[in-house]
Design a protein around this ligand. Sequence first.
Ligand code: AMP
Ligand code: ZN
Length: 477
Amino acid sequence: MLLYNSATRRRDEFVPNVEGKVSMYTCGPTVYHYAHIGNLRSYIMEDILEKYLRYAGYDVTRVMNITDVGHLSSDADTGEDKMLKSAKREKKTVMEIAKFYTDAFFEDCKKLNIKIPDVVAPATSCIDEFIKVIESLLEKGFAYEAGGNIYFDTSKLKQYYIFNDFKEEDLEVGVREGVEEDGNKRNKADFVLWFTKSKFDDQELKWDSPWGVGYPGWHIECSCISMKYLGESLDIHCGGIDNAFPHHTNEIAQSEAYLGHKWCNYWFHVHHLNTNSGKMSKSSGEFLTVSLLESKGYNPLVYRLFCLQSHYRKSLVFSYENLDNAVIAYNKIVAKVLSLLKEAAGDVDETAFAEGKAKFCAALDNDLNTSLAVTAIYDALKMKTTPATKLALIEDFDRVLGLDVVDAAKKQLEAEKAEADKAASDPFIMEIEDMIKQRAEAKAAKNYARADEIRKILADKGVTLIDTPQGTKYKMD
Ligand code: AMP
Ligand code: ZN
């Protein structure tokens, strides 16, 4: 499989550290608000990557953190803790906020068929690990104490910038407009590992540490949680593209300084979902959620299809018009699967199955080309083979795509059967159907007077006949 690696800036052949096994880490949500559908685009694409690796036969272990402390309103260690800000806004405790939005996140994941990672670890459950790593970084000379906080010293690294070619003087961190520069930092790129002194004294969650009572910085969480559950060498690290700098850059700096060797081999970044008015953000303005889409009558899996129809390394513009096109595409696939279920004929032709599957794998092996993988469904439907083979292929692809198209078609089939059973046990419906049959016979015999008479008899009973190219239908008052 070829996978674009942000660290090498090219598509690399994916080779895990241990044959047959993959360790995968995902930056989890900062649980101070609902996830917006942009955040969920990242999680959908990461879910596809995980499911495809499993489909390809790898034994995957996936770990995700929940950021419930330390993520400040600016990624550059300035501003207030997002969790605290939200707790004040909603007049709740930080832990109540964390629980509420963590549950809401997993409900959204369930609706979107996003699998829950094998390990989900809230940052507040790993404080001892953070302290251990920070102590070691201090011992090794990669960290320093200043003004009460512990900082990572980026000048001690041979190479700090991994994903981009920033020049020190162009660096945004600490010198953004309206952001006060942190005078304690020795270098502009340095970042906080542990806060004991900050501008806000009302931080709700604090822990004892060798440097005084305080709380961890956001970046140290992901390094430590990944190392705790996945060991010293990581195969794939995922996140949205905004996380590449400074978050992932800082993760690499501190992890490799601590370990003394290379840490993660592949960096998988999902590009942003935008609206016509720009980037979607949890902290500003109105944003789109899965519940909002549902309240407008959209099936969340249609949003999943919408995401799969474009490549994860391209930014994607959301509009209801585009989502409506995904609704049409989704319904079309379900309708075709429904006809396959009705035919249910023939055996699975192994050769045709292998041919269909090869196209699907070729698409995903090419840097996770999900839009071509969706096209593989249409290709399967057009194949000259048995309905059973087509159905088997679509069911097989759905192990990765997670669109539930076969389930949706099965539900429609059951509903149609229930409707037919109801009709069969209702004498009035049987009478209408018998009259429709008699009218068709009368018309065939050119007895139009009798045909009109039948229409009138039924109309008097509140039944209107509608002639369509598919035969006569009826409507009851
Ligand atoms: P957060 O909850 O803010 O920590 O973000 C959760 C995940 O969503 C991270 O991997 C972000 O990089 C990602 N993300 C944030 N905004 C977007 C967006 N508009 N489109 C896609 N992914 C996003
Ligand atoms: Zn992270």
